[in-house]
Design a protein around this ligand. Structure first.
Ligand SMILES: C[S@@+](CC[C@H](N)C(=O)[O-])C[C@H]1O[C@@H](n2cnc3c(N)ncnc32)[C@H](O)[C@@H]1O
Length: 321
């Protein structure tokens, strides 16, 4: 089973140490009520190879073995990794296997990287980190420690599987809780929240929770769905948005900037706004589910299947004064 003791030891002498007052108890509680398949998913990690690899975390997330796996070993690795489907965020290149995830998460990373403060030596929080693709890219940019927080247990197992194949790298850790369960630590130099805000029923509370994790002067990198419009334009979908039933608030960029300023952030600016394409989100062999092409109106790709504006995402950067 995945255990968090090494993480506790690692943060004991850092400014994340106050987290030790609540986190071990919360994770003990979490262990008692995990998803019915969690034990099966976690077990798969034991079957993955332990051989040391040459690791690259720039441009792509890759582990390459000096002696490539045999055809049989490769087949076994693919078999085990496919037990952890759907693979949504990636891609990963591990021991000669290309995990071609639903999302080209590298596209998002490329869009935001030129605009963020350098991560060298930083302590970083990635809220809603999914399988952790961006966390490895943050390590690739020199971050000292990256903590991801995401309550989906399958993603924890995907993250731990990739970690094992990346020589068991201990500079990144995923905590399987929701951000709202996290005490305000005021300890992270940069906080990322990407693809999470529209899933929160109370978006201003989410922004305040993010602020409460930042050091004074720390940077927030917020990425979320937006619509076109002015300061008072916010879409609250009736039932589903692009077939997702957990989408609550999709603001315009001016509305989002207003929310951030109301929550006390300074120097708030939008650095990127882009429609999601079917090159970035698409069906692959690593998920059985539908993908973006199935979520759009087949006769008009500028609309979702429900008739709302098609997914458009913005990257906003802000400072905690
Ligand atoms: C659309 S994905 C975004 C993944 C990744 N950050 C990215 O941008 O590609 C949203 C993620 O938020 C996670 N999530 C949902 N509710 C959350 C919460 N309350 N706290 C933290 N993460 C949450 C989900 O499990 C999921 O992995």
């Amino acid at each position: 089973m995945i255990n968090f003791n090494l993480f506790y030891q690692q943060i004991a002498t850092t400014n994340l140490a106050p987290w030790l007052e609540t986190l071990p108890t919360q994770l003990k509680q979490w262990e008692k009520q995990t998803h019915g398949d969690y034990a099966k998913w976690a077990k798969i990690i034991d079957f993955l190879p332990t051989a040391q690899a040459e690791v690259a975390l720039n441009e792509r997330v890759e582990a390459r073995l000096a002696t490539p796996l045999s055809a049989g070993e490769t087949q076994r690795l693919v078999y085990h990794l496919k037990q952890l489907m759907p693979w949504r965020k990636g891609p990963y290149h591990v021991h000669g296997v290309h995990i071609d995830c639903e999302w080209r998460s590298d596209f998002k990373w490329d869009r935001l990287l030129p605009h963020i403060s350098a991560l060298e030596g930083k302590t970083v929080l990635d809220v809603g980190c999914g399988s952790g693709y961006h966390m490895w890219r943050m390590i690739g940019e020199g971050a000292k420690l990256v903590v991801g927080i995401d309550p989906t247990e399958l993603f924890l197992c995907q993250f731990e599987a990739i970690r094992k194949l990346l020589n068991n790298d201990r500079r990144a850790h995923l905590i399987p809780l929701g951000i709202e369960q996290m005490q305000g630590l005021h300890a992270f130099d940069t906080v990322f929240s990407m693809g999470v805000l529209y899933h929160r029923k109370s978006p201003l509370d989410h922004l305040t929770q993010l602020k409460n994790q930042l050091v004074k002067g720390g940077e927030l990198v917020l990425e979320t769905l937006v619509i076109d419009g002015g300061i008072n334009d916010v879409l609250v979908p009736a039932e589903r948005y692009a077939k997702m039933k957990n989408v609550y608030f999709i603001p315009s960029v001016p509305a989002l900037i207003n929310w951030l300023e109301k929550c006390g952030f300074k120097d708030v600016r939008c650095v990127d706004k882009d429609f999601t394409t079917t090159e970035e989100q698409r069906k692959t062999d690593w998920l059985e589910n539908e993908s973006l092409a199935d979520f759009l109106d087949p006769t008009d790709a500028s609309k979702t299947i429900e008739g709302y504006p098609a997914p458009q995402r913005a990257v906003i950067i802000a400072r905690n004064p």
